[in-house]
Design a protein around this ligand. Structure first.
Ligand SMILES: [Zn+2]
Length: 162
């Protein structure tokens, strides 16, 4: 059983702070694609599993962009899988330990557990990109230096006639 519901977890965090954590990819889940809700929000909560009655959503205007789920136990996951298949909306985990549900085909969904938050992943990716850029720059400098040395040797071997 995967239980995210921790009463002490959010009660002392202001809504704006939670929103900021979600925006930065530290907390919660992302809906992919975001969607406009047709019915009542309680129906959406029910569609995410019986233990998610206190789930909090993140909206951009009328558009539902994300959620903090309380539970991804077997039962709730089953409901979430149906949601993903029926609505064609993926539920992408941002927080550590969360499960991402991604629709592959008409009746197939993959589950993937997050080992680091989306925020951490982004930071690590940036670091890797930077290191690759630096390696490329170093290699470029080496090539330029080699080329200059070759030119210098050629110049020395073939002195310009006066
Ligand atoms: Zn549950």
């Amino acid at each position: 059983m995967i239980e995210f519901d921790d009463p002490g977890n959010f009660s002392n965090l202001k809504e704006a702070q939670i929103r900021s954590l979600w925006d930065r990819g530290v907390k919660g889940w992302r809906f992919d694609p975001p969607f406009k809700l047709a019915g009542h929000e309680n129906q959406l909560k029910a569609a995410l599993g019986g233990h998610n009655a206190r789930a909090s959503f993140f909206r951009k205007g009328q558009v539902y962009a994300g959620v903090v789920l309380n539970c991804q136990c077997k039962t709730c996951l089953g409901t979430q899988v149906n949601f993903v298949l029926d609505k064609k909306i993926n539920i992408i985990a941002q927080q550590v330990g969360g499960l991402s549900l991604t629709r592959l085909t008409e009746n197939k969904v993959t589950l993937e557990r997050r080992n680091e938050s989306a925020f951490e992943e982004h930071v690590l990716q940036e670091k890797a990109d930077k290191e690759q850029r630096q390696r490329r720059q170093t290699r470029m400098r080496e090539l330029i230096k080699m080329s200059e040395e070759q030119q210098a040797r050629l110049m020395n071997g073939q002195p310009i006639a006066d």
